[in-house]
Design a protein around this ligand. Structure first.
Ligand SMILES: Nc1nc2c(ncn2[C@@H]2O[C@H](COP(=O)(O)OP(=O)(O)OP(=O)(O)O)[C@@H](O)[C@H]2O)c(=O)[nH]1
Ligand SMILES: [Mg+2]
Length: 190
């Protein structure tokens, strides 16, 4: 069966990419408490879609810098090689850690990897959904504010609710993934 509908999951290591795929598909993809569990693109087919779990980037502990660069190159090359059949990308971020990491990179005068990748996906004309995972760790009363802050880092003008076709707050842990499932469903129907 030729597969021309692919959904790729990208994001820093340990943000919960594999956990989200597991929740969405019910398949047993490898997840782990320690970062760096997924080292090579892993594929599953689900409802005539190819779902690709890309390795996480930005894992600082225990991996030499050179290997980190190699992982990033691997992701970039994978996206370039397959962009024609990629229906959309799900860029997964950690709701609690994201802004702090982005600000730290910006302060150093470097482009944060998440932002670089988001722009790269845009350049390749790959539709991208930002899945803000681990929302269970954000206090209910702070959620809108936290999501506004995140939208701003992606240059998406707050309030974040203006971007509900692009920003999906989720919790893989709680199984609270309906916003992402709805967006993916809409994309798969074209
Ligand atoms: N609190 C909370 N923890 C989560 C959530 N989703 C995933 N986790 C935890 O985050 C850790 C990493 O999950 P993975 O799904 O393996 O993350 P990954 O992004 O695939 O990681 P790599 O393969 O290393 O890139 C695990 O301990 C998960 O249980 C969530 O929604 N909330
Ligand atoms: Mg993984």
């Amino acid at each position: 069966m030729p597969i021309n509908h692919e959904i790729v999951f990208t994001g820093r290591s340990n943000v919960g990419k594999s956990s989200l795929i597991r929740r969405l598909t019910g398949r047993n993809v490898r997840t782990g408490r320690r970062p760096g569990v997924t080292r090579k693109p892993a594929h599953i087919t689900f409802k005539e879609m190819l779902i690709t779990d890309l390795p996480g980037y930005g894992f600082l502990h225990g991996l030499p810098g050179e290997l980190q660069e190699r992982i990033k190159d691997q992701i970039v090359r994978y996206l370039e090689d397959n962009c024609d059949r990629i229906l959309c990308a799900v860029q997964v971020i950690d709701a609690r850690a994201f802004c702090e990491i982005v600000d730290r990179w910006n302060k150093r005068g470097e482009i944060p990897v998440d932002i670089e990748l988001f722009e790269f996906l845009h350049d390749l004309e790959i539709d991208t959904i930002i899945a803000v995972n681990k929302m269970d760790l954000v206090d209910v009363g702070d959620r809108d504010h936290a999501l506004d802050e995140i939208a701003e880092r992606f240059d998406l003008l707050p309030p974040w609710r203006q971007w509900i076709d692009m920003i999906a707050p989720v919790s893989a842990k709680r199984g609270d993934i309906s916003s992402l499932a709805t967006l993916l469903h809409a994309k798969s129907r074209g």
